[in-house]
Design a protein around this ligand. Structure first.
Ligand code: ADP
Ligand code: GN1
Ligand code: MG
Length: 367
């Protein structure tokens, strides 16, 4: 057994997991936490769990993160159960330690949590399957509905200014000024591209500040890989990755999902001639999402949805570029210039969205 596996086994032993440890795999889809799938043998069957080491550089108060997650999952679980349906595959279920906590620490100071692997589930980084895209829209829309009356004051703000697009731009300018990794000179054009989008990208946030758009309980990280689907039918099962559940705008949940679900390419596509928003995919997600949220949004909120996609795509690109300029400290990278590739791809995608904004808004109105 290597050191990583020894650590995994010792952490699993602190959670109330019955059975005998049988092995683990690394799950590589997220950019933030370190995720493992671990297998236990119990009653003649393999049972699997998702064990995560939470990134405490990103989440400075991981206990607050777990308090948010347990409050939200218990709330949704109670709502689903009240309809007489089993919530087993539709909401995350975290394991407890012997003293009743949903987390534990490893000797090296790591912060860990463990949830049941949802049986028969799959996730997708990116997909061309319109049914999966529509299902992901329903999943995030229903998440919104489930939490519409959640007492928002109970939520900790785990990352202040997370979708404050204005402060994301301020941080970007500060990183350009510091030029810590000496990379500014070679990416001038990309920087200027993002500067040109600042006005339009910060609009939804400004509308919130003016009181036009209300804060609601939102997921805030609605990319496709944060939904689980049934491995056979591809129907939605559960929304996952609840780390950033906080007050936010519906336009941000819609827009951040569109950034990934309606793109023609992966987040870091290098052939920019392939990068665009696919309006068929956009329509599939929109149909699922807008129908699911029903009459929750106000007129102004409905009108802000397509703009939310421009805002979230630009903001995410600004964050990738900021991290590149800072020397790649925040997002996990798998090759040296990946954050730059992500930033260039997002710039192209955001520009295409700006060009198609009227068509995008017309599709929202259709549903
Ligand atoms: P990150 O914050 O790093 O993105 P996630 O919580 O999104 O981490 O988990 C990463 C991946 O692990 C997901 O995209 C999904 O494939 C898988 N995963 C996470 N939780 C579960 C679960 N309960 N059941 C099945 N797969 C899961
Ligand atoms: C991160 O954790 P993950 O990989 O689902 C990030 C999101 C970004 C996304 C870009 C806490 O999401 O905000 O939009 O990468 N999460 C955090 O792919 O910063
Ligand atoms: Mg994730």
């Amino acid at each position: 057994m290597g050191r990583e596996e020894e650590l995994i086994v010792s952490v699993c032993a602190k959670f109330e997991i019955r059975g005998e440890y049988r092995g683990y795999e690394i799950v590589n889809s997220g950019h933030i936490n370190t995720t493992y799938r671990v297998y236990f043998w119990r009653n003649g069957e393999l049972k699997d769990y998702i064990l995560q080491r939470v990134n405490t550089y990103v989440f400075r108060d991981p206990v607050a993160v777990m308090e948010n997650i347990s409050a939200v999952t218990e709330y949704i679980r109670a709502k689903i159960k009240a309809t007489g349906v089993s919530a087993k595959r539709s909401v995350l279920h975290y394991a407890k330690t012997a003293d009743g906590a949903y987390y534990t620490y490893s000797e090296d100071g790591g912060f860990w949590r463990c949830c049941r692997f949802i049986d028969g589930s799959v996730s997708f980084m990116q997909t061309d399957d319109l049914k999966v895209i529509e299902e992901s829209g329903k999943a995030f829309g229903e998440f919104q509905v489930h939490l519409a009356d959640f007492p928002v004051e109970k939520l900790h703000i785990v990352i202040p200014h997370f979708h404050n697009t204005i402060s994301r731009y301020d941080n970007f300018r500060a990183s350009i000024a510091r030029d810590e990794a000496g990379r500014v000179a070679q990416v001038r054009e990309v920087i200027e591209g993002y500067e040109a989008l600042e006005e339009i990208a910060t609009k939804p946030y400004r509308l919130q500040r003016q009181g036009v758009l209300p804060l609601r309980v939102t997921h805030n990280d609605t990319k496709t890989s944060n939904v689980l689907f049934d491995e056979e039918t591809h129907e939605r099962l559960s929304v996952i990755d609840l780390d950033t559940v906080m007050p936010g705008l519906i336009a941000f949940d819609f827009g951040d999902a569109i950034r990934v679900a309606a793109s023609t390419v992966d987040e870091d596509e290098k052939d920019l001639s392939k990068v665009a928003i696919d309006l068929q995919k956009y329509e599939a997600f929109t149909r699922g999402f807008v129908r699911a949220i029903g009459d929750i949004p106000s007129e102004e909120e409905r009108r802000s949805l397509a703009l939310g996609a421009v805002a979230m795509t630009t903001e995410c690109g600004v964050r990738f570029l900021t991290d590149y300029l800072d020397g790649d400290k925040y997002f996990r990278i798998h090759y040296p210039d990946q954050n730059l590739a992500r930033a260039k791809c997002h710039l192209t995608l955001a520009r295409d969205m700006v060009a198609k904004l009227d068509q995008m808004q017309a599709i929202v109105e259709k549903y």
